[in-house]
Design a protein around this ligand. Structure first.
Ligand code: FES
Length: 139
């Protein structure tokens, strides 16, 4: 008889209610679900991780890729997971390079997966916010 256990795997957040895993995530959390949650930003979108997650784990709990290759545009999701292969480099919105498999995600961290495309979106949003603030608009 087939098991339905796959549909009752724990979510990435502490909860008494089982939740279906995200269908578009590369990783599914099955242990240590009671660590404290934190929020961070992927391409300007706020998402949730748990204290102690690496950036690679935190991002791949949300989606199937860490970034697009700057050379081919192909999706990259890390390979070795131990800091040796250089496949997991990500950038913060400030342009700082981070090795996602050996960097812990932190509260409020802001990372980009499509650097050229997203950097222009973030710059545009920042310029709009600055213009609105200069005109006395409130968010
Ligand atoms: S996944 Fe290989 S260095 Fe991070």
């Amino acid at each position: 008889m087939p098991s339905t256990a796959l549909y009752h795997m724990p979510s990435n957040l502490p909860s008494s209610e089982p939740a279906a895993p995200k269908r578009d995530a590369q990783f599914v959390r099955i242990a240590e679900t009671q660590r404290e949650p934190l929020s961070f930003f992927i391409d300007g979108h706020e998402v949730t991780a748990l204290q102690g997650d690496t950036l690679l784990t935190a991002v791949l709990m949300q989606q199937r890729r860490l970034r697009d290759s700057e050379f081919s545009g192909a999706p990259r999701a890390g390979f070795c997971l131990i800091g040796a292969c250089q496949d997991c480099w990500m950038r913060t919105e400030e342009g700082i390079r981070l090795r996602a498999c050996s960097t812990l995600v932190t509260q409020g961290m802001r990372v980009l997966t499509r650097f050229a495309e997203t950097a222009s979106v973030v710059a545009s949003a920042s310029a709009s916010a600055a213009a609105a603030a200069a005109n006395g608009a409130t968010p």
